[in-house]
Ligand binder design. Structure first.
Ligand SMILES: Nc1ncnc2c1ncn2[C@@H]1O[C@H](COP(=O)(O)OP(=O)(O)OP(=O)(O)O)[C@@H](O)[C@H]1O
Length: 480
């Protein structure tokens, strides 16, 4: 039965242990096919997950759902060894983005792509299947030559994507996937893998030092592309990386969000691209129920937070804050009060970050306090609740506070993955913050409902009512 399966409710990323974790070189690790299956640590992916199947088949039959599809993976021109990887993962049908993007991505001659779909709808598999289809592993030399490069905004996301590619390509003979992420001061080794996943700064460094040779590169993917092209530092580095690549490289940009300005810019970065886009009001995921909690002032936010965690047992949740200092402060206070929490922010050494996120994935840590560093892409299926302790905002010195709707959408998208149900709760401690949240609500034409902190029984009742799906049992707030 599904509940006895150690992998119940786990997403692909959850099931994958860190790629190349055994390697002595922390930055440049190769997870080959054998390593990928070893990474499962004896877990049984074949075991039926009835709840998932029933739920997914319902959703995938609803034409309005982003998981809806009329096609089968077999109709999308994928090779048998790639299909085998999908079967092993129990991917029954493509999601809408996979169904639409794959024929365009796989078509020859290769054409650039700017692809948009809601959070948790399977963009990673879409670009992974294209990569696996395009790389040439016919000779030993080619197997050691970087042919596909995926850039992501955080080391955690780069590692996650590397794991997904290894796992999905576990039946593709000769596949190796390398990580190009900061090494905590250790000297990186030469990149001799056909697929490389990394962060732009490190990749740029490796290319400049000629540790990574890119003249045979066929595919460049920017995941979270709007973020990658928007941020001053990341954007510059992405442009410089692209400048080193063959002119024929297929540029693939994916994200859940592309505002108008970035879309124009993306079109320059990926010229003549096929585009798949969504309207602003189509971006929110139905399974994610959005709420806000009124707090008297900034200090009161902490009281409300611990009250919430005191009343309800939450298995896996993420608390998003605006600054590293707030993350450290909440971690300290919650730990002192006996809560088991972990914190991951940009200031921490890479190897420590890896341990924190791996502990969270494996369920050893249930509450993760973090900044926007983990707002995007992270796929941990057991996350049933996201807290916006601080409402995401743009920082423009000297200007009035302004909500950041894109970051809001990505943060809340860490729950409700691929048809699952989740809750997002934002803390509001002033009129200004309430206005910012209402602006976000208007931006997406979505409802963000108030929870009354004077009646915690009611709060608990509402929370429990949302999770009707038995799969959510045990990973959602329970009465203590
Ligand atoms: N066709 C499929 N069938 C079943 N599960 C799938 C399928 N495609 C993807 N998934 C699962 O859905 C989850 C979300 O996928 P993924 O992380 O690629 O989302 P995403 O669209 O990149 O989201 P985000 O915008 O948040 O980065 C993953 O756990 C993945 O394994």
């Amino acid at each position: 039965m599904a509940s006895e399966n150690a992998n119940e409710g786990k997403s692909l990323a959850d099931r994958i242990t860190k790629p190349g974790a055994d390697s002595t070189d922390a930055s440049l690790t190769a997870a080959n096919n054998d390593g990928a299956s070893e990474a499962l640590g004896g877990s049984d992916l074949q075991e039926p997950e009835y709840d998932v199947e029933v739920k997914l088949s319902d959703l995938q039959a609803d034409p309005n759902n982003p998981l809806f599809s009329v096609k089968r993976f077999e109709d999308l021109g994928l090779s048998p060894n790639i299909l085998e990887g999908l079967y092993a993962l129990k991917f029954l049908k493509p999601s809408k983005i996979q169904e639409r993007a794959l024929p365009l991505l796989l078509h020859n001659p290769p054409t650039n792509m700017i692809g948009q779909s809601q959070s948790g709808t399977g963009k990673t598999a879409a670009f992974t299947l294209n990569i696996l289809s395009r790389i040439d592993l016919s000779t030993e030399e080619m197997r050691k030559t970087p042919q596909a490069l995926v850039l992501a905004p955080s080391r955690e996301l780069a590692r996650q994507i590397g794991g997904v590619i290894s796992e999905m390509g576990r039946f593709v003979e000769g596949l190796t996937v390398g990580m190009a992420i900061p090494t905590d001061g250790k000297r990186p080794g030469r990149v001799e893998t056909s697929v490389v996943c990394g962060t732009p700064g490190t990749v740029m460094d490796l290319i400049k030092k000629r540790i990574m040779i890119v003249n045979k590169l066929k595919v460049l993917v920017l995941d979270e592309a709007d973020n990658m092209l928007d941020q001053q530092g990341l954007g510059d580095q992405c442009i410089r990386v692209k400048g080193f690549l063959p002119k024929t490289v297929q540029v693939v940009l994916f994200s859940a969000t592309f505002d108008d300005q970035i879309r124009l810019y993306a079109a320059k970065f990926a010229p003549n691209a096929n585009e798949i886009s969504l309207k602003q009001e189509e971006l929110t995921v139905e399974g994610i129920k959005q709420f806000y909690l009124d707090c008297v002032d900034d200090n009161d936010k902490y009281n409300v937070l611990v009250k919430f965690y005191g009343l309800l047992t939450v298995a896996s949740s993420i608390i998003f804050v605006q600054t590293r200092a707030t993350a450290a402060e909440i971690e300290k206070r919650m730990t002192a009060e006996g809560h088991t929490v972990a914190s991951l922010t940009g200031g921490i050494e890479g190897s420590v970050r890896d341990k924190v996120i791996d502990d969270f994935r494996e369920g050893r840590a249930k509450v993760l306090i973090t900044t926007n560093v983990l707002a995007r892409g992270i796929d941990v299926s057991t996350v049933s609740m996201v807290m916006n302790y601080d409402i995401p905002e743009h920082h423009k010195p000297g200007q009035p506070r302004m909500a950041d709707p894109q970051t809001y959408l990505h943060r809340i998208g860490r729950t409700g993955r691929f048809g699952r149900v989740g809750v997002a709760i934002s803390f509001v401690s002033s009129k200004e913050e309430w206005q910012m949240l209402m602006n976000i609500s208007k931006y997406y034409n979505t409802n963000i409902e108030g929870l009354d902190t004077r009646d915690w029984d009611e709060v608990e009742r509402i929370m429990k009512k949302i999770i009707k799906n038995p799969r959510a049992r045990g990973d959602f707030p329970q009465s203590t």
